[in-house]
Ligand binder design. Structure first.
Ligand SMILES: [Zn+2]
Length: 258
């Protein structure tokens, strides 16, 4: 783990990149930002989390770091110890954590509740949507402290890196770290309802588009050519053929506009 502080005093704002070693966009964005002569109005902490996994270009070494929070300093698994170290760094901070996906090119935010912080910050970020994870937060960074996760775009793409850099700047401006103003826009909010299970198969397809409503009776995915049909209307989130081992993604409902 690499920690870089900019500005004097105890930071209450943090940016965490590289939680998953196969998602380099946030790390590159943080490195680009740190290469600039940054003038800050309040201190901020930048953390490059899983350097070992990043070096290997793999999602994790022993276990998924974003399922290991708040972590355990004496654990055998690298990511559990690392989670404890990150928790100690960010426990008193509002944190922006950067990720990327195989499912959606546009950036969106993930929060563990639509609270005052989410209502204030998310409309100031260039995100297409806000997703409330509801009960699906076990072991995620939300167990370490107040956080907003960003899915910055497609894994490994240059666009995800550009998106990440823009959103870090917007977050730092919205929180008073960087001087200046942000633009506010309306952002639709969704709440995860349930995972969409994936049967064991050789090949998978996805027909539905993320954040576009699937109507009851509509086929939205297939496993080995066998179509899955929606029982009820839902909005797909993080839906992709091969992004996760056991689920296609999640079914969500639209709950609000921030
Ligand atoms: Zn990730």
């Amino acid at each position: 783990m690499r920690v870089e502080q900019v500005g004097d005093g105890t930071p209450e704002i943090a940016v965490v990149a590289g939680i998953h070693g196969d998602e380099p966009c946030g790390v590159r964005a943080v490195e680009r930002l740190l290469d600039e002569p940054l003038t800050v109005d309040r201190p901020v902490k930048f953390i490059v989390a899983n350097e070992e996994a990043l070096d290997r270009g793999e999602r994790f070494v022993d276990t998924d770091l974003n399922r290991a929070f708040p972590g355990e300093s004496t654990a055998d698994e690298h990511e559990r110890r690392l989670a404890a170290a990150i928790t100690a760094e960010i426990a008193d901070c509002l944190t922006l954590a950067l990720h990327s996906t195989q499912s959606y090119a546009e950036p969106f935010a993930v929060v563990n509740g639509i609270d005052d912080t989410a209502r204030d910050i998310c409309p100031q970020l260039s995100v297409a949507a806000v997703v409330e994870t509801s009960e699906y937060i076990e072991g995620r960074i939300f167990a370490a402290g107040r956080a907003i996760e960003i899915e910055a775009g497609l894994q490994g793409s240059d666009q995800a890196e550009e998106n990440a850099l823009r959103i870090i700047r917007e977050f730092l401006t919205a929180t008073g770290v960087l001087p200046g103003d942000t633009m506010r826009r309306d952002v639709p909010a969704y709440k995860l309802l349930r995972p969409i299970d994936k049967e064991q198969a050789e090949s998978y397809e996805v027909f539905a588009e993320n954040f576009k409503r699937v109507d009851a009776g509509e086929p939205f995915a297939a496993a080995d050519g066998e179509e899955l049909t929606a029982e009820d209307d839902f909005y797909p989130v993080l839906l992709s053929p091969y992004g996760y081992a056991n689920v296609f993604g999640y079914a969500a409902e639209k709950i609000d506009t921030l």
